[in-house]
Design a protein around this ligand. Structure first.
Ligand code: URA
Ligand code: SF4
Length: 207
């Protein structure tokens, strides 16, 4: 089976993890992507935000949530009362998955499979073990399935505080929609207000 496990160092902090993740060959996604996009932020962060996978901009820049979805997320976090610079941001899958009709054509994001999410899980587990956040904000269905299993339904649990065992540790989580889904929504204003109201639940947990 695909797995990042043999690439994850048994000890060391975020710097060691990031360096090792750059060499991960745990699943085929490393082949076409530019680079590994590891999580970013402070090891003492109280809140960890988990997205799906890097997008086009993240793949080029090597940092999570630096494109349009990231800008929207930062704005919503600030508005909810969570300082984005004090959060740790990462993704369930650390390489960009895409389709491309022809070379030099636009790269179109493709959802990772359950196998790829499972393969990449050891990196997320290692990040959780180092950062030990007080709260995990789950951004969308893919992150939810990666953390809570394939029966996760974002519409059923968004904006609620869950207590679950994740990779052997008790965690507190607040799920919400993925910021990209706000950008794609027919009614963007309403979708943004929904995201904001969920993030305010997270802010209250951290208060
Ligand atoms: N979408 C994600 O899920 N993660 C990113 O880093 C960027 C966009
Ligand atoms: Fe490794 Fe994850 Fe990249 Fe697959 S997606 S190669 S498991 S870092």
């Amino acid at each position: 089976a695909y797995t990042a496990e043999p690439f994850v160092p048994g000890r060391g902090g975020l710097t060691a993890l990031r360096r090792a993740a750059a060499e991960c060959r745990g699943c085929p996604l490393h082949r076409d992507a530019t680079q590994t996009v590891f999580g970013d932020g402070n090891k003492d962060a109280r809140v960890m935000l988990v997205g799906e996978q890097p997008g086009d901009q993240e793949d080029r820049q090597g940092k999570p949530f630096v494109g349009p979805a990231g800008r929207l997320l930062d704005r919503a976090l600030e508005e909810a009362g969570i300082d984005p610079s004090e959060a740790y941001v990462t993704n369930a899958v650390k390489h960009f998955k895409f389709t491309q009709a022809e070379p030099r054509k636009r790269r179109i994001h493709k959802a990772p499979t359950l196998r790829e999410m499972t393969a990449c899980g050891p990196w997320l587990a290692a990040e959780l073990a180092v950062v030990e956040p007080e709260l995990i904000v789950v951004l969308g269905a893919t992150a939810g399935k990666a953390l809570l299993g394939s029966s996760f339904r974002v519409t059923q649990v968004r904006g609620t505080v869950l207590e679950e065992e994740i990779h052997g540790r008790p965690e507190r989580l607040v799920p919400t929609v993925h910021p990209s889904s706000v950008l794609r929504a027919d009614d963007r204003e309403a979708a943004y207000r929904g995201l904001l109201s969920d993030l305010k639940v997270a802010a209250r947990v951290l208060a």
